[in-house]
Design a protein around this ligand. Structure first.
Ligand code: NAD
Ligand code: MG
Length: 393
């Protein structure tokens, strides 16, 4: 029986993964090793009972008594804290979903790769923060990373059977989010509720707001560069409000392979779950005649400066991805708690990168995980200072 673990099981990606596992036979078809979550311990315990998991882990120590109580008599072990999540990743599993949000997903992903199985990677922040380290760890242990971000799964699928050396360009699409047509003056006053309301995808609140600011697409540009190794100038963003075409790969003979599908993450997760085979995945089938038309437009770099900042990171590499992601996470926290305006997020990230660049230089490749984590911590301190100094709201 194939063994699985789901990190971030209670989130949007985790729930979609759970849905697919359950439909494929649940505990009768898969042996579940670990499920992890954060505050939603009731849901975590319910899933762990249903899949008869070995261990359920909450990120928060103070939630451990509630998790234990919810698991009483089930035979599922309970644990808590960041180290317990990393230890859960030390338990071998054939297929692991990396579905934690933020840089917190990095260490569990790295630890899971040491078993040489498959890491289904939704956590784009780990590639942005420490792409070379992640790929080197996978290589050293014979593990496979399968991208689960819809655009990257699409590129991966379009490249299957092709010669990567014949690729001329890679285009990842962006819906444009809820503010695609908003003028700058209106963007400055955008609220958290407005930013969370993604027109096409149902996702966690952090990635939804990142989609509105295009920081999600910025992370995805870096993710494309790091995962597939294409030069920055080969990678483009195309705004496509219907979110049907997820990515396009252009070859040197002028041919372009596009990947289409419904805006449902279960396609990309299901692809990774059944890979290298194509299993049945219960997503809605495309009906292009009903859709009638698909539209495309160039992204607006002035209203969405995150894309320009990502380009800098793609060129600099080194520790700049770790700094960029950490600063973005802090800026997002400030926006979500009403202490920073919507446009202030990009300003904080830009200022933080400038400060860190002057202070430490961001170009040197990290020697290992410790250096990446040290930059992550340091960038959070500097970003908080930049955000606090703005006093925007
Ligand atoms: P979410 O907020 O819905 O869920 C996040 C999960 O991580 C939850 O299980 C939560 O308990 C857990 N978590 C949060 N903070 C944690 C911490 N500090 N330590 C350990 N666990 C923690 O997020 P999501 O939308 O499911 O996104 C998860 C990841 O997948 C993100 O990296 C996101 O960018 C990526 N992704 C999501 C989608 C999507 O459609 N939701 C699409 C593409 C990529
Ligand atoms: Mg995506």
């Amino acid at each position: 029986m194939r063994s699985i673990s789901i990190f971030g099981a209670t989130g949007s990606i985790g729930q979609s993964t759970f849905d697919l596992i359950r439909r494929a036979g649940g505990a009768e078809a898969y042996r579940t090793v670990a499920l992890t979550g954060a505050r939603n311990v009731a849901l975590l315990a319910e899933m762990a009972r249903e899949l008869r998991a070995e261990v359920a882990v909450t990120a928060h120590e103070e939630e451990l008594p509630a998790l234990r109580a919810a698991l009483a008599g089930s035979g599922v072990e309970a644990a808590a804290g960041a180290e317990a999540i990393a230890e859960a990743a030390d338990r071998p599993a054939d297929w692991v979903m990396s579905g934690i949000v933020g840089a917190a997903g990095l260490v569990p992903g790295l630890r899971a790769l040491r078993h040489g199985g498959i890491l289904a990677l939704a956590n784009k922040e780990s590639l942005v923060t420490a792409g070379p380290l992640l790929l080197a760890t996978a290589k050293a242990h014979g593990a496979t990373i399968l991208p689960v971000d819809s655009e990257h799964s699409a590129v991966f699928q379009a490249l299957t059977g092709e010669d990567a050396g014949a690729v001329e360009r890679v285009i990842i699409t962006a819906s444009g989010g809820p503010f695609r047509t908003w003028p700058l003056e209106k963007l400055a006053r955008a609220t958290v509720a407005e930013a969370k309301a993604h027109p096409n995808w149902s996702m966690g609140s952090r990635i939804s707001i990142d989609s509105a600011s295009m920081f999600n697409k910025a992370l995805e540009l870096i993710e494309t560069r790091e995962f597939f190794g294409f030069a920055p100038e080969m990678i483009e963003v195309l705004v496509h409000p219907q979110s049907i075409v997820h990515a396009l790969v252009g070859f040197r003979d002028g041919g372009v392979m596009a990947h289409l599908g419904p805006a449902d993450m279960r396609h990309a997760i299901g692809f990774a779950l059944h890979w290298p085979e194509r299993g049945h995945v219960p997503v809605e089938r495309l009906d292009l005649a009903r859709l009638g038309s698909l539209s495309f437009e160039a992204p607006d770099a002035e209203r969405f400066p995150a894309l320009r900042l990502a380009r800098e990171v793609m060129e600099i590499r080194g520790l700049s991805g770790a700094a960029f992601n950490a600063a973005k996470e802090v800026a997002l926290d400030y926006f979500m708690s009403g202490r920073l305006g919507f446009l202030g997020m990009a300003s904080v990230v830009e200022e933080t990168l400038a400060v860190l660049s002057a202070e430490t230089g961001l170009r040197n490749a990290p020697t290992g995980l410790e250096e990446v984590l040290a930059m992550d911590r340091h960038a959070r301190v500097r970003a908080a200072e930049c955000a606090a100094a703005r006093r925007e709201v």
